[in-house]
Design a protein around this ligand. Structure first.
Ligand code: ZN
Length: 290
């Protein structure tokens, strides 16, 4: 089951729902672009009052992270113009429209903001996560918005491609919002780990060739120290033996770690395997590579 109401968003149903026409699911991004008013409260008052006939699904404040939802995901919202007889608000299984409370050049706490991408974008990850859960593909099928100008797609393209659009791309519309959005909004690459790495091969070598430092493998010593500190934290190795040398006391300590995980016999011989070392690293702040 999908959540038709975004988890964490304040729910303010306007009623007045309308069925969708079907097709690939999409999202359309807007900015409120109001020269005299930059506040979430007043924009919200507009869309739930006099502006209810142009209301989006979501109203989002990228400075505070405030989000309100006015239509369920499976209803059309109302922020787009028709293209001739095609009601673009209804295109797709979902056509989630997001009004960002933002105006080009607005000043917040003395700083001027020219694009949504410049703002803290607080709450954007949660919005993208929800859109993804509805089956809306990450990315901009017609390219990301590059500025406050039109980037029209053809009606055929609009009807047949899901994903994310700017209002400035939708056929039959004349608006130029939302302008540039954050390049990383779809989190294309996972953040690299900042934890130190321990090589299983190095640790096994160190365990079998004592002492490693004497044999010129100084980097192994750094890795052995990480393992020994973890064993010490598990109360399996006394502090005075945390020395970067994988000697017999470290072998015995590691064997106790293996036994604590349920291993026995030769599987608990104090020479690390990938599974036991990864479990130790996960608890004590290092990654394990082959
Ligand atoms: Zn718009």
């Amino acid at each position: 089951m999908v959540d038709l109401w975004m988890p964490g968003a304040a729910q303010h149903s306007l009623g007045n729902t309308g069925v969708m026409d079907g097709g690939p699911a999409r999202a359309v991004w807007h900015i409120t672009s109001n020269d005299s008013d930059h506040t979430f409260a007043n924009e919200f008052g507009w869309f739930t009052g006099g502006g209810a006939d142009v209301a989006p699904h979501l109203l989002w404040d990228p400075f505070t992270g405030q989000i309100a939802q006015m239509f369920p995901a499976d209803s059309r919202s109302l922020s787009l113009q028709n293209d001739g007889t095609v009601r673009t608000n209804r295109t797709g299984k979902y056509c989630i429209q997001i009004e960002t409370v933002f105006t080009q050049g607005e000043i917040v706490n003395g700083k001027t903001y020219n694009t949504v991408a410049d703002t803290p974008c607080k709450g954007l990850d949660a919005i993208v996560t929800w859109l993804r859960s509805l089956g809306i593909a990450d990315g901009w099928p017609a390219g990301a918005p590059t500025g406050f100008h039109r980037q029209d797609v053809t009606l055929d393209f609009w009807l047949n491609h899901g994903g994310h659009y700017g209002h400035n791309m939708v056929p039959g519309n004349s608006h130029v919002d939302p302008g540039p959005m954050p390049a990383g909004m779809f989190g294309s690459s996972p953040k690299p780990s900042t934890k130190p790495q321990v090589s299983l091969e190095h640790i096994v070598y160190a365990a079998q060739h004592d002492p490693p430092a004497a044999q010129g493998h100084t980097s192994y010593k750094t890795e052995v120290l990480l393992v020994e500190k973890a064993l010490q934290a598990e109360k399996l190795l006394a502090a005075q033996y945390v020395d970067g040398s994988y000697g017999s006391l470290t072998v015995n300590a590691y064997a106790r770690w293996q036994k604590s995980l349920g291993y026995s016999g030769s599987a608990a011989d104090g020479i690390p395997g990938m599974t036991s070392l990864k479990k130790l690293g996960a608890k004590h702040g290092f990654d394990v590579v082959a």
